[in-house]
Design a protein around this ligand. Structure first.
Ligand code: ADE
Length: 268
């Protein structure tokens, strides 16, 4: 049977399960846990290490610095998590060698309904564990962290936002910046003036159609300036190009359509 509960089940394999209080005990994700909209369960490979010292690391064959995660405790922890997980739950290992996490991957994980996240420590994980027990490796960016826990928490947080009810009624994950494929427009709160720096008149105008248009212009303009690669797959309409053009001209920059299309095509 497929899942039709709309909540999300997370299993986590980690030598530091206590780190996950950062998601279960704070903020939006804490509320989601309390309300049963998400579940976070952890398995610690150390609990499956049966020697006197509960060893969880081992030397790499072939030499080299550092240690790897010992196969048996890790492998047993993943197996136990699989048994407790909904049938068909996929196993994702956090790793700098993985596919880069982005909005579309977060959406895919949410669609799965459940996921087991493996947070490695030390210099890595035996290739055979990856091949036999892991469906996908995922990276949160081109830098190396000391373990997969923070990346796993990134996944939990980002996926949780998509679960209906996790964000308030007014807030909506569909309005999160990457859901639209654009960066967010600038936002302002009180006071109206900070050290002589005013909130743009349009934002204070009360004209909601105008504000909406200004926000779209800003979102497009920022995305064009900071992440033109995001616009490549968007197939921008004439009207949207014009908004980027006016955004650039307002800033005294080159707003010619030719320049804009060229930069988007190159993607940087
Ligand atoms: N583990 C260590 N660094 C990582 C990264 N950048 N992404 C995912 N997992 C990791």
């Amino acid at each position: 049977m497929g899942r039709r509960l709309l909540n999300m089940w997370f299993g986590v394999i980690s030598l530091f399960p206590e780190m996950f209080v950062a998601v279960t005990e704070s903020g939006v994700t804490r509320r989601a846990c309390e309300r049963g909209l998400i579940e976070v369960h952890t398995w610690n490979p150390r609990d499956y290490a049966y020697d006197k010292y509960q060893t969880v690391d081992d030397k790499p064959y072939g030499g080299g610095p550092g240690m790897l995660m010992k196969v048996q405790p890790l492998s047993d922890a993943i197996s136990q998590a699989r048994k407790a997980a909904p049938l068909g739950t996929k196993v994702v290992c956090m790793s700098p060698q993985g596919e880069r996490l982005d909005h579309s991957l977060v959406t895919k994980f949410h669609d799965w309904g459940s996921i087991i996240l493996v947070a490695g420590r030390y210099e890595g994980i035996d290739e055979r564990v990856l091949q036999r027990q892991v469906d996908l490796e995922v990276s949160i960016g081109d830098y190396v962290l000391s373990g997969g826990e923070l990346p796993a928490m990134c996944v939990i947080d980002a996926v949780s936002r998509m679960v209906p009810g996790v964000l308030g009624d007014i807030q909506n994950a569909k309005e999160d910046s990457f859901a639209q494929g654009l960066l967010h427009f600038p936002q302002y709160t009180r006071p109206e003036i900070v050290d002589g720096d005013r909130v743009p008149d349009i934002v204070l105008s009360g004209d909601h159609a105008k504000i909406r248009r200004w926000r779209l212009q800003q979102a497009l303009g920022r995305t064009y300036e900071r992440r033109p690669d995001l616009l490549q797959s968007k197939n921008l309409q004439k009207d949207e190009i014009e908004l980027i053009s006016s955004y650039l001209k307002d800033k005294g920059l080159d707003g010619s359509v030719e320049t804009i299309l060229n930069k988007i095509q190159v993607g940087k």
